[in-house]
Design a protein. Sequence first.
Length: 432
Amino acid sequence: MREGDTIVALSTGSLPSGVAVIRLSGPATPGIIRELRGVLPKPRTLHLTRFRFKDEVLDSGLLVFFPAPNSFTGEDCAELQVHGSPAVVRAILRALTDEPGVRLAEAGEFTRRAFENGKLDLTEVEGLGDLLEAETESQRRQAVARAAGGLSTKLGGWRETLLDLRAEIEARLDFSDEGDVTDDLPADFAMALATLRGELAAAIESVTRGRIVREGVRVALAGAPNAGKSSLLNALAKSELAIVTDEPGTTRDVRDVAIDLSGQLVVMVDMAGLRETDSKAEAEGVRRARAELEIADLVLWLEAPDGEPATIPATEAPIWRVATKSDLGVAAGDLAISTRTGDGLDALTARLTSFAQELAGQGEPALVSRERDRQGLEAALFEVDAAIAGLEVSEFTAEHLRLAGVALERLLGRIDTEMVLDRLFSAFCIGK
Ligand SMILES: Nc1nc2c(c(=O)[nH]1)N(C=O)[C@@H](CNc1ccc(C(=O)N[C@@H](CCC(=O)O)C(=O)O)cc1)CN2
Ligand SMILES: Nc1nc2c(ncn2[C@@H]2O[C@H](COP(=O)(O)OP(=O)(O)OP(=O)(O)O)[C@@H](O)[C@H]2O)c(=O)[nH]1
Ligand SMILES: [Mg+2]
């Protein structure tokens, strides 16, 4: 039975390392610790211990026991903090998995157990996943807020409000013959509903800001072939990632490179130059480039003084005209740069930084950032709007308020979680 298994994994990073933490969770844990120490040690306290298996001391290190339910997973857990050599870790993992009922954990399995035991809700698990992947300061701040239950608290508050409002209606429906109890509702009922509506709408607004922090600002490098797009990508990435030649039509694939601009992630996207072409590969590149323009948050339209004229494509995103190869003479544009001399690159970076910071917003980190968040909040808002529109027909009002609550429960992971969970945990690393 997989759920009754005790799972074990190396929870720290690549070896060798100073110290490696091996984590155990499940019912076999107390027995294994008793074998190692004779008695169960004081809970949640580190003990220097010889890790002796079958009369061989494999290593000495620190042992800590977290009895259920006060552990990360909610099960009996232990950690063996050992010397971080590949041989030590391998020997101890082998000795532990030789114990009956113990096997290696799958990716994200500790966290899955924490979720299943009610230690974390779905939004907290997502926040934890974001935290493990966080590379920039703004990503860390946003992920910590979500992992610590910031969104859970908000959703919980809205659910309480919905329950209170429903109770007001239902209490009156019980005593009313004709079912129309609108007149009896307290004066602040409509106001409470409007406030809830406003908060949901504001949260939906902040999904974009959260997405920008989580995924980065997507900046498309567009222009005619040879405009200098790949050269700019390389200059910003400070690495010769993309092939640069004087042949127009060099780049065909879309390539994105994430850079950290003052703590905010910016994803620079190199692509094929836009032109009509007979080459099948290049034509596919141009098609992909146009698709990128549709999802970009900003388009840099590059024009070289020696380049072919090209028409600026229509996009929803703002467009900045960048005159490239300024060492050869300056074309018209908001900004002039040369990757050969480095001219204008600092100014461009500074403008990108403030653009990114503006989109990411100042102040409190956003608690919502995912398409799943947007869908959940929009579903709730739709029901609240239906409740507001139908205020005079009270059974329906109560039903819409119930459905709004269901949408919020789904966000928290209380219902319909299987598909979301499988996708989420497969992205976690082993040992988490
Ligand atoms: N060594 C070590 N460091 C770690 C972790 C870990 O598992 N092991 N964590 C792993 O992610 C993070 C810390 N997260 C944790 C979350 C909850 C509990 C825990 O024992 N919770 C109990 C008791 C709470 C309390 O005493 O306040 C509980 O929730 O009941 C431990 C670690 C980061 N650092
Ligand atoms: N003088 C000068 N030449 C440059 C500069 N930037 C790029 N070039 C040259 O312009 C040519 C085209 O540069 P790329 O960066 O490959 O241009 P691209 O827009 O990626 O071109 P495609 O991939 O074909 O669409 C190369 O020969 C570069 O060395 C610059 O700032 N000054
Ligand atoms: Mg190129």
